[in-house]
Ligand binder design. Structure first.
Ligand code: PGA
Length: 249
């Protein structure tokens, strides 16, 4: 069975609640499609107005992060139950910016992935290598390690429903998109790694996105690759271009 594409916007720390609703109103008619799941991952404070503004549309709302505890004395954090109660379906876990600026590790990523599944949230699990790692020729080893730790204690049934976003760090926000060959090579290696951890059926079901300077121009070729099931889109998700990316065919 062919995997359904999933195209997600990652708004990062952009858009006030008022701006978020205005952007959604603008993008709503442009992102209509039957062929892909469309997700807007928005800042926590935008979630409630975004869920309201997307009611009755094909857009699902995702969060950009969450904590791995149920509740309690964790000032400033957002729990999985807060997300599901607000109508969130997806949550980005372990984005490279969170790893770099907020001390996220493969271990906290794993805890968050397990917690997301416990609450019926679909994690969009990020992995990716730095430019130095690519130049050292250790990209695949590094990504395999990130994936193996992220999926510790995750069941095959859960893993089949997960989304992995392969985002080379050097391609994020730089305008330097990976070549389709580079992106396909790593996404295929991720799928092979999932097959090793679980089985072929799980590997065939899991959806793997490419992220890093995806644009309306680069999306068609990237998304046509055998192991690339859509994209995680930063900068271009805040513009009308996102409509063209979603309707890339
Ligand atoms: P970009 O961001 O599309 O602006 O490169 C992608 C991401 O960080 O998810």
């Amino acid at each position: 069975m062919a995997r359904r594409k999933i195209i997600a916007g990652n708004w990062k720390m952009n858009m006030t609640p008022t701006q978020a609703v205005a952007l959604i109103e603008k993008l709503k008619p442009l992102v209509v499609t039957e062929d892909a799941d469309v997700v807007f991952c928005v800042p926590a404070i935008d979630i409630i107005p975004a869920v309201e503004a997307t009611k009755g549309t094909n857009i699902e709302i995702g969060a950009e992060n969450m904590y791995f505890e149920e509740s309690g004395a964790y000032t400033g954090e957002i729990s999985p139950a807060m997300l599901t109660d607000a109508g969130v379906k997806y949550v980005i876990i372990g984005h490279s910016e969170r790893r770099e600026y907020f001390a996220e590790t493969d271990e906290t990523v794993n805890k968050k992935v397990l917690k997301a599944f416990e609450h019926g949230l679909t994690p969009i699990i990020c992995c990716g290598e730095s430019l130095t790692q690519r130049e050292q020729g250790i990209t695949i080893d590094w990504i395999r390690q990130q994936i193996k730790i992220a999926f510790l204690n995750v069941t095959a049934e859960q893993a089949a429903k997960a989304v992995i976003a392969y985002e080379p760090i050097w391609a994020i926000g730089t305008g330097k998109v990976a070549t389709t060959e580079q992106a396909q090579e790593v996404c295929a290696a991720i799928r092979a790694c999932i097959a090793e951890i679980y089985d072929d059926a799980t590997a065939a079901a899991i959806r793997i996105q490419y992220g890093g300077s995806v644009s309306a121009a680069s999306a068609p070729e990237l998304f046509a690759q055998a192991d690339i099931d859509g994209g995680l889109v930063g900068g271009a998700s805040l513009k009308e271009d996102f409509g063209a990316i979603v309707n890339y065919k």
